[in-house]
Every structure is written in structure tokens, then in C-alpha cells.
Design a protein around this ligand. Structure first.
Ligand SMILES: Nc1ncnc2c1ncn2[C@@H]1O[C@H](COP(=O)(O)OP(=O)(O)OP(=O)(O)O)[C@@H](O)[C@H]1O
Ligand SMILES: [Mg+2]
Length: 363
């Protein structure tokens, strides 16, 4: 699966452009502020209808323009898709897939799974559990097709239950309805997440080994409540506290992934470069697994500023892993020479150079 044509208009400082990327490795170089990250941002918008740099799309739209548009032609074994995302200053956005207007971004996500590795990625280790849940759920969503429905049921049940908890007098019969819905969806989500982690762990460990020797690093899953007890029991026993707090404490909405090394949190021990490699291994492992499952589309990787924080040996190792993935990859760096020797001969490689928002293919 690869983007064989990509058109970008009105994104940040980028001049309107149509590119024909390589189905494998695409290397984008250029000086600071030239527009490299903006190109990755455009691809991200095509796959998720949102940016990774700002929560709103408004700052992404080129100053003096009213809208930005990204269009892509995606070729996969299963056929061709034409994707388009347009966003205007009034916050209206339009997603089109094969000529049809679509309201849910999840349809895009299903067709074009994207993994982003950028200088902010260490937040996956350091940040709040929500980030790791999103990482986990990305994988489960793409591998288990009934996950989305269970997740939506959980969100609804939680919202209703929490609003009941905040009322002065609780309607017990109504609470029982939402408790039961919460527990049903919660146990399903936990089972799907657990199955996924069982598959992901060995792939992650193998991927990490290929990048760096980190003895004793372990990845484990916390489901959000006592692993010995059914969710219904825990919910029932914590009702008084839930009422006090005004929200539901236990459940899959509190799940987390734990990365530990010699009994300590990995983020407290590892260097920045090591953290970058661990996060890269986590994200690449998801792509490997997605491919192995064979049901979903393969994913596309965006790697912003690959060389930063890595020495030559680890840059080479990461490049080798990315090229062995057999996925389409877009990599940015300041100087193309930083990664020039990192590819085996014969790797399909397209090179682009960006200058003041103008993208040229150089090879
Ligand atoms: N809405 C916008 N309209 C026009 N230009 C913008 C807009 N938002 C940001 N810019 C400019 O776009 C340029 C490109 O930024 P970008 O982050 O893509 O650069 P980069 O090549 O990734 O640089 P670096 O190597 O520093 O990461 C910057 O000069 C920035 O000031
Ligand atoms: Mg950048």
C-alpha cells in the first residue's frame, strides 16, 4: 500500500505541489524552516483529518489563504483509493473517499493507517497514560474490527454514568443499566487489548533488539482495574468513592502500558536517544504486526528528523529496520548526506529537497 500521488495546497509555507513518491523510502531534506515537517503534516492530515502539531487545523492553513487541501492516490493490492481532505478557516472540513463525502475520520484511518515518529514521540513514555492508551488502541482498532463498536459503547456508558454520579440523588435503576453496559463493553475492550498485547510483545522485543541492546526492558499492560476481579465487582465496591469524586475510577478508561527497566520506569532511566529508539521500536512493531495479520491495510510511516539524537550506528539501524518493513516511509532530515550511507543498494529511494516551501524531487 502506498501513496503514488500526493497533492498539497495551502498547507503552512508549502507551494502547491504534486509529488509521485516512491512506494518505499522517501527522503526529504532541507534547511530549518524550509517546510519538511509541513509535508509530513500534510500526509498526516490526509490520513487522520488532523495535524500532529496543533490541535486545531487553523494554524496549518497558509497565511492569506482560506483553506488547505491534501489529495492522495493510494494504491494497494486490494485496489486504488482516492482520498481528499479540505479544511477551511470556518473550521469546516470535508473528507472525500473515492468521490463520496464521508463524515467520520475513522474511515480515513482505516484506509490509510499512519505511524508518526517525531521528536515529540518520547512523550509516549513520559506523558500521561492517555497517550499510551491511544497507541494501544490504534493497534487494536486496526487488528480487531469489532473494537470500534465496543469503544463507542464504553464512551457512551461512561458519559451517562458519570453524569448520573454527579446528580444529587442517584436513580439506582438507571445506574444499574449503565453499570451493566460499562462492564460489558469494558470486559470486551480489555480482552481485545490483552490479546493484542500478547501478539505485540514478542514483535516489539525482536524489533527493539535490532535497534539497541537494552537488557531487562519490559512492556506490560495494566487493564485499569484489579486483574483478579471482574469489573462489575470493582465498580460495585467503589460506588461511594465514585459518587464523591463524580466520576468512574475503575475501568478500561484507566488502562496503561508500563515500560520498565530493572524495576524502574523506563523514562527515568533511559537517555533521550534510547527513548527515541524504544518508541520507534514500539511503533515499528505495530506496523510489523499489522502486516502479519494481513487483514488491514499496511501502514505508512512518517519519521520527522530521523537523525536527531541518534549516532550514526543507530541511524543506520533505524533506517535498515524501516527499509525491511516493506512499507512506504517518509523521512525528513536537514542534510540528505546524514542518511546517505544508511541504505542497502537497491532500496527504492526517492529524494526530495525543500527550499522556502518549494519541493523538488532530486532523485
Ligand atoms: N500557516 C502558515 N502559513 C505560512 N507559513 C507558515 C504557517 N505556519 C508555519 N509557517 C512557516 O512554515 C515554515 C515551515 O515550517 P516547517 O516546520 O515545515 O519547517 P522544517 O523544514 O520542518 O524545519 P526544521 O528543520 O526546523 O524542523 C516555517 O518557516 C514556518 O514559520
Ligand atoms: Mg521540522
Amino acid at each position: 500500500m502506498a501513496l503514488t500521488r500526493l497533492s498539497v495546497t495551502g498547507v503552512r509555507n508549502l507551494q502547491p505541489v504534486t509529488l509521485h513518491p516512491s512506494p518505499r523510502i522517501n527522503l526529504i531534506s532541507g534547511s530549518n524552516g524550509s517546510g519538511k515537517t509541513s509535508l509530513l503534516e500534510a500526509i498526516h492530515i490526509l490520513g487522520l483529518a488532523r495535524s500532529f502539531r496543533s490541535t486545531r487545523l487553523q494554524p496549518v492553513i497558509q497565511h492569506d489563504l482560506d483553506s488547505c487541501t491534501v489529495f492522495g492516490q493510494l494504491d494497494a493490492d486490494a485496489g486504488r483509493h482516492l482520498l481528499g481532505v479540505t479544511r477551511d478557516r470556518n473550521a469546516d472540513f470535508q473528507i472525500r473517499i473515492d468521490g463520496r463525502t464521508v463524515s467520520a475520520a475513522s474511515e480515513l484511518v482505516q484506509i490509510l493507517p499512519i505511524q508518526l515518529i517525531n521528536p515529540d514521540s518520547f512523550r509516549l513514555l513520559e506523558g500521561a497514560p492517555k497517550q499510551r492508551r491511544q497507541f494501544l488502541d490504534w493497534g487494536v482498532f486496526h487488528v480487531e474490527h469489532n473494537f470500534l463498536a465496543a469503544w463507542q459503547r464504553l464512551q457512551k456508558a461512561l458519559k451517562q454514568r458519570n453524569s448520573l454520579l454527579r446528580r444529587g440523588r442517584i436513580d439506582r435503576s438507571l445506574l444499574a443499566v449503565w453499570d451493566s453496559e460499562l462492564c460489558l463493553a469494558g470486559e470486551t475492550i480489555d480482552q481485545l487489548r490483552r490479546d493484542y498485547i500478547v501478539r505485540l510483545k514478542p514483535v516489539f522485543e525482536e524489533t527493539l533488539r535490532r535497534l539497541i541492546e537494552l537488557d531487562g526492558l519490559s512492556l506490560s499492560y495494566y487493564r485499569g482495574w484489579d486483574k483478579e476481579r471482574p469489573l462489575a465487582d470493582v465498580i460495585a465496591s467503589q460506588l461511594d468513592r465514585d459518587v464523591q469524586l463524580g466520576h468512574t475510577q475503575a475501568g478500561p478508561q484507566r488502562a496503561d502500558l508500563r515500560l520498565r527497566i530493572r524495576g524502574m520506569s523506563a523514562v527515568d532511566v533511559l537517555s533521550r536517544g534510547q527513548q527515541k529508539l524504544v518508541v520507534a521500536a514500539m511503533k515499528i512493531a505495530q506496523g510489523v504486526l499489522l502486516k502479519a495479520v494481513g487483514r488491514a491495510a499496511h501502514c505508512l510511516y512518517l519519521v520527522d528528523d530521523l537523525p536527531s539524537e541518534l549516532d550514526q550506528q543507530h541511524r543506520d539501524a533505524l533506517c535498515r529496520l524501516l527499509s525491511d518493513l516493506d512499507c512506504q516511509v517518509f523521512i525528513t532530515c536537514v542534510e540528505a548526506g546524514q542518511l546517505h550511507g544508511s541504505w542497502q543498494t537497491g532500496t527504492p529511494l526517492a529524494m526530495f529537497h525543500v527550499e522556502h516551501g518549494h519541493i523538488m524531487q532530486t532523485e
